[in-house]
Design a protein around this ligand. Structure first.
Ligand code: ZN
Length: 520
């Protein structure tokens, strides 16, 4: 159609561009854009850029992403709201959320899309606390009469706008990641008031948020009250039961879902994610054979073809239960077009638990080629060697890691207190209560020893003596967050701590003993 148009207007060019961009034909979109600016007499406008920018972000070949920003400014569209929204999105997806924030801060006409884009940007970059602070800011901009929280006014028209279902769907995973239950409940209340809670996507995000904050009952209640549920809603609940160690219930939910036994009798066809949730439930409950059976029948019963991450789940399931050799053999049966990174990682993790140097080395050999910049592969392999007493080899892996310039992501924990989310980094002394927290952990560790706690110093990477290792364990971010919770919340209340990385064995044991001592 486009080729047949004799007199092309800007709108015609934009229509095809938008079509390409929306369907993620990014190369074509960019090529058409270049054609437009070089061959036609038409100048691109704001609509053009709103289509081109998302294509630029996704297109790996196109490297000069800042260049297009400069081009837009030169063309005089730098202050256009739609263009600014698209630019913010672009920079956030490039991991440069600081630049998005600068653009956001300078905007004089923000709309709901600007707010949602900025909040999404923070979430995409893992800046959950920033996302929650933005939501808080939206709240503070309430109407003069104070009748409604969550209201902002567009500067130009004075028309109020409120966080919509997109805002809520964006922020709720942030609450889940930070275990910020108070904020999550506030959003739930807002959703009910604004009649957004019936929305299937918002409802699913609420179920997920409650489950990840440890409130399985609330998650289940929200699920039951939803008038419409889709496969995502079911997946979230199945995942939640699995996560809480209730494998039996998770599998029962799976059966109900596929047989149409839910309260509104809908038959839901499971998808790839459903199987991930099911395998995770099997893993938590240690049901290896049940998991294997579901894996081998998934295609025949529900038409879901196993992907790389399904294999990885099964490798994990077998490996954790000690069937490391079988796990290795399963990887060898994987079709060559599937991504094996996750499967090898699972195998390496299993080798750490069961101290298998032989298979660990095989897995690590593959991972060092496939993902040379991921710190955890080196750390795991080094730990496997250390626990087998192979110090030289352990040192060799660490040296290799250093040579490659690979850095471990710093451990970070969050705890919600009042309106704020407090953040702790490993060994961090920047928190105002830092000294107090370390002293408290010190006294606590004496009581822990009486309860039989023995520090597991194998969790410490560095080459230091044992006493120093113990001190370093005490500085793990989750310990600081737990201490903060103990010192700042009333006795008997639940302490919820969220973390970016997996908890180490030692902190896991310590948390159990602390929980027993202080009765929390
Ligand atoms: Zn730890």
């Amino acid at each position: 159609m486009f080729d047949g148009v004799v007199r092309r207007t800007v709108a015609v060019w934009n229509a095809l561009l938008a079509g390409y961009a929306r369907n993620e034909f990014d190369d074509q979109a960019l090529r058409l854009f270049v054609e437009m600016i070089s061959e036609s007499e038409f100048c691109p406008n704001a609509t053009t850029f709103a289509s081109v920018l998302p294509a630029c972000v996704r297109c790996k070949v196109f490297s000069d992403k800042e260049g297009i920003h400069g081009y837009i400014v030169k063309r005089g569209f730098g202050k256009d709201k739609y263009v600014q929204n698209a630019l913010m999105d672009m920079y956030s997806r490039m991991g440069r959320v600081e630049i998005s924030k600068t653009i956001f801060g300078r905007m004089n006409k923000r709309d709901i899309v600007s707010w949602n884009t900025m909040i999404t940007g923070c979430i995409v970059c893992g800046r959950y606390d920033d996302a929650l602070n933005l939501l808080h800011e939206m709240q503070r901009r309430q109407g003069e009469d104070g009748s409604d929280t969550f209201v902002d006014y567009e500067d130009d028209g004075g028309v109020p706008f409120k966080p919509n279902s997109v805002t809520l769907m964006t922020v709720l995973p942030g609450c889940a990641a930070l275990a910020a239950l108070g904020k999550g409940k506030e959003i739930h209340a807002y959703a009910v008031k604004q009649k957004l809670a019936m929305d299937v996507a918002v409802g699913s995000a609420l179920v997920d948020m409650y489950a990840k904050c440890g409130c399985l009952n609330l998650a289940s209640r929200v699920f039951d009250q939803m008038p419409i549920r889709n496969v995502i809603t079911w997946n979230v609940l199945i995942m939640a039961y699995g996560m809480h160690g209730k494998g039996e219930e998770a599998l029962e939910l799976f059966r109900i879902m596929t047989a149409g036994g839910g309260s509104n009798r809908e038959v839901i066809r499971p998808n790839e994610v459903t199987y991930i949730a099911i395998f995770a439930a099997c893993r938590r409950s240690g049901w290896v054979d049940e998991g294997l059976h579901l894996f081998h029948t998934m295609k025949a019963s529900h038409g879901v073809e196993p992907r790389g991450d399904h294999y990885a789940c099964l490798v994990d399931l077998l490996g954790r239960s000690g069937r490391v050799k079988e796990a290795y053999e399963l990887i060898n049966t994987m079709p060559s077009n599937l991504n094996k990174v996750d499967a090898w990682s699972s195998l390496l993790g299993a080798c750490r638990i069961h101290q298998s140097v032989e298979f660990g080395e095989i897995a690590a050999k593959h991972l060092f080629v496939l993902e040379p910049n991921v710190a955890s592969h080196y750390v795991l392999m080094s730990n496997i060697y250390s626990s087998a007493g192979l110090w030289d080899q352990a040192l060799g892996v660490r040296k290799k890691m250093k040579e490659m310039g690979v850095r471990k992501e710093p451990g970070c924990s969050w705890i919600e207190h009042g309106d704020e989310v407090h953040k702790f980094l490993s060994g961090d002394a920047s928190h105002p209560q830092s000294k107090e927290l370390h002293e408290y952990l010190e006294t606590l560790s004496q009581r822990m020893r009486k309860e039989g706690y023995v520090p597991d110093i194998s969790c410490v990477l560095h080459n230091v003596d044992d006493e120093e290792k113990e001190t370093m364990l005490c500085g793990h971010s989750e310990r600081l967050a737990i201490a903060f919770g103990l010192l700042n919340t009333p006795p008997g209340t639940t302490i919820r701590v969220a973390k970016n990385l997996r908890v180490c064995n030692d902190c896991h044991v310590a948390a159990k003993i602390i929980s027993k001592i202080v009765d929390r």
